[in-house]
Design a protein around this ligand. Sequence first.
Ligand code: A2P
Length: 285
Amino acid sequence: MNLTAESHRIPLSDGNSIPLLGLGTYADPQKTPKGSCLEAVKIAIDAGYRHIDGAFVYFNEHEVGQAIREKIAEGKIKREDIFYCGKLWNTCHPPELVRPTLEKTLKILQLDYVDLYIIELPMAFKPGDALYPKDENGKFIYHETDLCATWEVECHPYFTQPKLLEFCRQHDIVIVGYSPLGTSRDESWVNVSSPPLLKDPVLNAIGKKYNKTAAQIALRFNVQRGVVVIPKSFNPQRIRENFQIFDFSLTEKEMKEIEALNKNVRYVELLMWRDHPEYPFSDEY
Ligand code: A2P
């Protein structure tokens, strides 16, 4: 596959295609100034990104929609150039809520359609206004759900998911790897017992050879093996840096060296929900 900045889409079975590199847009709403997401998405589109990953529960989906609409109005892109992925939150799993929830998302985005709509997590919560419903004892209130879900998967050089990748290859399923840079290491939701991915000596040494950063090597590794990546950055320089991965390629030996870094340790464990009957991370995938 010859991947370039302009052409790095892979085909999907329904005739659509997905760009291998997308911009992640989750940032802690308490710590992130309003408008940062709007700016980041616009910078990303200018840098060449055509895939944006967002969600209702990130509380900035209106900014994502506005950025896409502004860039369309400027004539920089057409709607069909963009691949937008939205997500159904845990409190909206009952089938009768799916359509109205998607319609709400479209209203927030002020777009006519999303390109992909996935179940954010397979663990349903009690439907209602509270996005994180808790009882009087502070315990999360879960909900029964008949789960038949496509599943988004953490994927990076410390968690390379060889079995899942092989299964998906056999069944023609594309994997989208979240946290491809090893997350923001926010201790409120990240298991920081595994060392920071981007400090890894092998990734840095390979990066040196190509005049690239460890982040670019981590992203290139996945893209080169057909795994879609959605690195989050709201920093203009890093947004651009993360897109500069189509002007070099890793040798087979380097791909193997990076694969060997696998530690089978998740950064995103979501242990606060480990008693949920559908908690997904106890099973091997
Ligand atoms: P920032 O938004 O300030 O750039 P992941 O996509 O694995 O969840 O990682 C996201 C985290 O990595 C964010 O904290 C983001 O911060 C940071 N980040 C994004 N791109 C880079 C990069 N090229 N080098 C170092 N850190 C990065």
